[in-house]
Write a protein of this length. Structure first.
Length: 333
């Protein structure tokens, strides 16, 4: 049996975590041979609710669940963690944009970045889910000076999965048969779901779909799917968010499938002329626990226009929280 890995999850009594934790314990994220030690982090007011979740996890008697600990502070919560999944944050309500959460949630991620830097395993991998996820990832990462920015990421896999799911419904094909879909940019309505490199049954997607449908129906549908879910369900996505978190971490750790990309928001290294120092969703391939941005894809004029809009939004979000980014961080990138 392998040694257990320590998985720290914030917002562990929240809606997404209720869908996620049982699946981590069942082996869906790290594999059916990988025991896990769950380090569950909440605000003090939610510790009673968290106790109930821990009891239910225990009652499932998962063979892979080595143990659970509950924490009302990030310092002990991230101690020696190999993986940190940062979900704890306010979700938006109907009529809000994710960027409206910037001031409410930003502070959380500077404190947590510092705690991860001090107490987590030096090789920790961090996924930020709490919104606005890209900019919160930047805050956490910039507050962890001893770690590499490549150890941090933000979730756009939900948008990626939506892009695959909605296309497969339209074309009546299995999602498995669709490859190389890309989400570029921010996890917000400016994201750019790009099908120009996508393949379906081994053939390019674009000649198989109507351009008018792609531009005027498909792109805005993916961009606004989060709001559509809130409108229909009365709350933001939970099970699909949990699935995306599983997929993101699984692929980061175990590698992406052959001849495919996945979308991950990672620190821009200047690829595709995106300014350095923002978390931008790129197509990546993962291997041996590392991601690699796919370079060299051609961008047409439509793609370049979308790119500029989403990059600009991320730069504006960064300006709004600059006080939380240590001064030398951006200069040293
Ligand atoms: P929720 O309100 O049900 O749960 C959030 C939990 O976080 C609560 O239990 C709360 O007590 C806890 N929390 C708040 N501050 C904390 C802190 N400092 N430390 C630890 N825990 C803390 O919300 P949810 O539906 O689970 O969503 C959580 C976040 O994830 C929201 O910001 C939401 O917008 C975001 N989200 C992102 C994506 C994505 O694709 N990136 C998808 C879905 C939701
Ligand atoms: C989503 O995309 O479902 C989440 O980011 C929640 C939201 O506020 O849209």
């Amino acid at each position: 049996m392998k040694k257990p890995v320590r998985v720290a999850v914030t917002g562990a009594a929240g809606s997404i975590s209720r869908a996620l934790l049982f699946r981590i314990a069942a082996g869906d994220m790290f594999g059916k041979d990988q025991p896990v030690y769950l380090q569950l982090i909440e605000v003090p007011q939610a510790i009673d609710a968290l106790r109930g979740i821990a009891m239910e996890l225990e009652d499932c008697a998962y063979p892979l669940m080595h143990s659970i600990s509950l924490h009302d502070n990030p310092d002990s919560g991230f101690s020696s963690a190999h993986y940190a999944i940062l979900i704890g944050a306010r979700p938006r309500a109907q009529g809000m944009e994710r960027s409206d959460l910037l001031t409410a949630n930003a502070e959380i991620f500077s404190v947590q970045g510092q705690a991860i830097n001090r107490y987590a395993n030096p090789d920790v991998r961090v996924l930020v889910v709490g919104n606005p996820a890209n900019t919160n990832a930047l805050i956490a990462c910039s507050n962890a000076p001893d770690l590499s920015p490549t150890q941090f990421s933000a979730l756009t896999r939900l948008d990626h999965n939506r892009a695959v799911g909605i296309l497969s419904s339209k074309k009546s094909c299995n999602p498995q048969d669709i490859r190389k879909v890309i989400i570029w940019g921010n996890h917000s309505p400016t994201m750019y779901p790009d099908l120009h490199h996508a393949m379906m049954h081994g053939n390019p997607v674009m000649p198989q779909i109507d351009t008018e449908w792609y531009r005027n129906s498909y792109i805005p549908r993916i961009q606004k799917r989060g709001a559509e879910i809130i409108q229909v369900c009365g709350h933001s996505s939970t099970s699909s968010a949990a699935q995306a978190i599983i997929d993101h971490m699984h692929d980061w750790v175990h590698g992406t499938r052959q001849n495919d990309y996945v979308s991950m928001s990672v620190m821009s290294d200047g690829s595709y002329d995106v300014e350095k120092g923002i978390f931008f969703s790129y197509p990546v391939r993962c291997n041996y626990g590392r991601y690699q941005i796919i370079n060299g894809l051609t961008l047409n004029d439509l793609s370049r226009d979308y790119f500029k809009i989403t990059e600009q939004e991320l730069l504006e979000e960064r300006d709004a929280i600059r006080h939380l980014i240590p001064t030398d961080f951006l200069q040293n990138l």
